[in-house]
Design a protein around this ligand. Structure first.
Ligand SMILES: [Zn+2]
Length: 721
């Protein structure tokens, strides 16, 4: 053991000095910006707002990239394209060009924002066929601005008119890219182009239902996606033809509920921005970190920006509002800790409420100081939580939120509580390259899996990997058709014997011990419990291989009223409610019930403990980082070129599950143990938020450090020799 005293953070070089090139000559600018600023102008801003104020603010907060309003529903430059509506307040000016020049003088990357989802009356008069049509055959007025019309995203408005707009912007201004907001339509469209093109492509009429079992509906999902990727590629091609280093960047992407295939999105995009601006309703603060993980699952090391608004994001859409600083701080910290670069967005150049300005300045100033340690090379997590768009679309359908996403959210919460660093994994990217860094894959009711996907999971286990799967995982194929048995029946060691049972009331699980009274590690921490509550839905299964006794067996539902009738009517110790198998060096844990969804629903601590224990047992190796202490922390671990970092985001707050956070409540001492990668030697350890060098005990394999307190976010930075 040796003791280290670390150095403080070296001041980062100015960006221009480091890159040696300006934004406009660098061939691939994508990785350069770390802090984005977005000013979305409103039509009456020109002449009323102060552009110099904004440019000064960009400098003050060390923003190195900007997204500026250019065209679409309103043009903020002197466009020559007929029907491209110029701001009625801009006169002969060029508000976009003015800001563009100012940002370029500051050596910032600049992308132009367009929004094609709405059009003015003259567009509708000249080209009524460009307007979206509802199921009754009526052209759609804009729901929030009834003087405008909603455009069809799949017809000539996007393919012809917006193509010209994008060409004009790219040829007049040397922008690095064009960011398309609300470019993918506003729901189902029944216009003449959609009718004709869908029939030509599929031979079918447009669907009148959103049920994924309907043939036309399934065909339409695929056709619409193909049209959207077509227009994305068209705009990108046209922009690149004018400026090869510029890109069209679609506002697109997300998790299982996202409509566009994320594997394809990850292939097309060189850079992407996640538009999850703030919390709404009941939503845990870690959702921003989850978003970062979902995007990175398909983009890998390509940069992802995390768009955050400074306002309240509830359905009532107070677009000029301002949130309290603690809520903004934690939201951005979650994104940063999970590998996303911050991007603030503000609507209207004329400020109605200035309270957010200093908050964002403080967040960005820290980010700028810590920048060398935020340029991550790769995550060091060993656990992957799989998400599946095909399961959401074809098995979940209109109920995807409860049938699919709630399983993921429950498992996510359990991993956060257990302080397990983890990544998210897209189910269409189960390739060796992506999986080789992982030791465990979690399948939270990933119901739809193809034979090929099952084969890949089998190979992962054969090569020594672990699996934790729940409920109907692999019981359906990639088209949403139920199989006779699980696709992964051989790994699970059981077969399905019937349809899903539930909702179960007042059902329990018996905790089984062996003859000597010893329990399986799955039951660690439940020593005093003879039984715990069951979930709500279960798949009946029976063993196909001789199983060692299952640690959990079924106590079937019994009456919960009248109270005189509330007594158990027997146990089914022959019905395993978890199957634990060792297959070569790999380990598989399968729960034939909705443990993860029930955990999200009920948040019973026993279920959280079972999930954490299953992950620990099936991973079967030491964690890359262990953090011991009170509270709820999101723990992430990263490698940079010559360093590694452990991020600790303090989620301990009465407003953790529903914002906004009122105040940051500091967390007491945390003991952090980090596994040091082979062939690396530790030179310095420092804390990027509290500052200074904590006492650290270092051996060749690991480092132990105690962090006295954490406000909202701490980063342990470990420099290598
Ligand atoms: Zn249409």
């Amino acid at each position: 053991m040796s003791t280290l005293a670390g150095a403080g953070i070296a001041a980062p070089l100015p960006l221009a000095a480091r890159s040696g090139q300006t934004a406009s000559t660098r061939p691939d600018w994508f990785d350069r910006p770390m802090r984005w600023a977005q000013l979305t102008l409103v039509e009456n801003d020109p002449g009323r707002y102060d552009p110099q104020f904004w440019l000064d603010y960009f400098t003050r907060i060390h923003a190195d990239a900007a997204c500026l309003s250019a065209g679409g529903v309103v043009a903020y430059y002197p466009t020559a394209i007929p029907l491209h509506h110029r701001s009625a307040w801009m006169g002969d000016g060029d508000p976009f060009g003015q800001l563009f020049d100012g940002c370029r003088r500051r050596n910032m990357v600049v992308i132009a924002r367009t929004d094609p989802h709405a059009a003015h009356q003259d567009v509708c008069d000249a080209h009524p066929d460009w307007i979206a049509v509802d199921a009754n055959g009526e052209r759609r007025r804009h729901w929030a601005s009834p003087e405008l019309w909603v455009t069809c995203a799949l017809g000539p408005y996007n393919f012809e008119f917006m193509r010209e707009v994008h060409r004009e912007i790219a040829s007049r201004y040397a922008v690095d890219g064009i960011f398309g907001n609300r470019w993918s339509g506003s729901g189902m469209c029944y216009c003449e182009h959609c009718q004709r093109n869908f029939r030509a492509a599929t031979g079918l009429d447009l669907p009148r239902t959103t049920d994924p079992r309907d043939r036309a509906r399934r065909a339409h999902l695929a056709w619409q996606e193909q049209r959207l990727f077509e227009v994305w590629r068209l705009w990108d091609r046209e922009i690149r033809a004018i400026n090869p280093r510029a890109r069209f960047i679609a506002n697109a992407g997300g998790g299982a509920l996202s409509p566009l295939d994320m594997k394809t999105v990850g292939e097309i995009a060189d850079i992407l921005f996640a538009d999850r601006q703030a919390r709404r309703g009941l939503m845990p603060i870690w959702i921003n970190g989850k978003t970062a993980k979902e995007y990175r699952a398909v983009l890998g090391p390509k940069p992802v920006g995390g768009i955050f608004s400074v306002g309240v994001e509830e359905p009532y859409r107070w677009k000029d509002s301002v949130q309290a600083e603690p809520e903004i701080r934690l939201w951005v910290a979650e994104g940063t800790a999970n590998g996303m670069r911050p991007w603030f967005t503000k609507f209207s150049g004329d400020l109605h409420d200035r309270r957010w300005l200093a908050a964002v300045e403080r967040i960005y100033a820290w980010h700028h100081r810590a920048e060398p340690y935020l340029r991550n090379e790769r995550p060091l997590a060993r656990v992957g939580l799989v998400y599946s768009q095909q399961t959401a679309a074809l098995y979940g359908g209109e109920r995807a939120r409860e049938r699919v996403e709630d399983h993921t959210l429950g498992f996510y919460q359990a991993l956060i509580e257990a302080r397990v660093p983890f990544e998210m994994v897209h189910d269409r990217l189960l390739d060796d390259e992506r999986l080789h860094a992982l030791k465990l894959l979690i399948l939270p009711n990933i119901a739809c899996l193809s034979d090929d996907q099952c084969d890949r999971l089998r190979a992962f286990v054969r090569d020594g990997g672990g699996l934790v799967a729940t409920f109907e995982t692999s019981l359906y194929d990639e088209s949403g058709t139920r199989r006779r048995d699980f696709g992964l029946a051989d790994l699970f060691g059981v077969r399905a014997t019937g349809g899903v049972e539930g909702p179960m009331h007042n059902s329990y699980l018996r905790l089984e011990r062996d003859a000597g009274g010893r329990s399986h590690p799955l039951l660690a921490g439940l020593d005093e419990a003879p039984r715990i509550i069951n979930g709500v839905w279960r798949v009946p299964v029976e063993a196909t291989t001789p199983l060692a006794s299952s640690p959990l067996t079924l106590i079937p539902s019994y009456p919960d009223l009248p109270m005189e009738m509330v007594y158990p009517r027997g146990e089914r110790r022959d019905l395993p409610q978890v199957v634990l198998r060792e297959i070569g060096r790999g380990r598989v844990a399968y729960f034939p019930w909705d443990i993860d969804r029930t955990f999200w629903d009920v948040l019973a601590a026993d279920h959280g403990r079972l999930l954490a224990n299953a992950v620990e047992w099936a991973t079967n190796e030491d964690r890359p980082v262990t953090v011991v202490g009170p509270g709820v922390l999101d723990v992430t671990i990263w490698r940079q070129q010559r360093s590694m970092t452990v991020h600790l985001v303090n989620l301990t707050n009465p407003m953790m599950m529903k914002g906004p956070v009122r105040e940051i409540l500091p967390l007491g001492a945390q003991r952090v143990r980090v596994r040091i990668p082979a062939r690396e030697a530790v030179a310095h350890v420092h804390l990027l938020v509290a500052g200074g060098a904590p006492h650290a005990d270092v051996s060749p394999e690991r480092l132990d450090v105690t962090i006295p307190a954490i406000e909202d976010h701490e980063v342990v930075a470990i420099d290598f020799r």
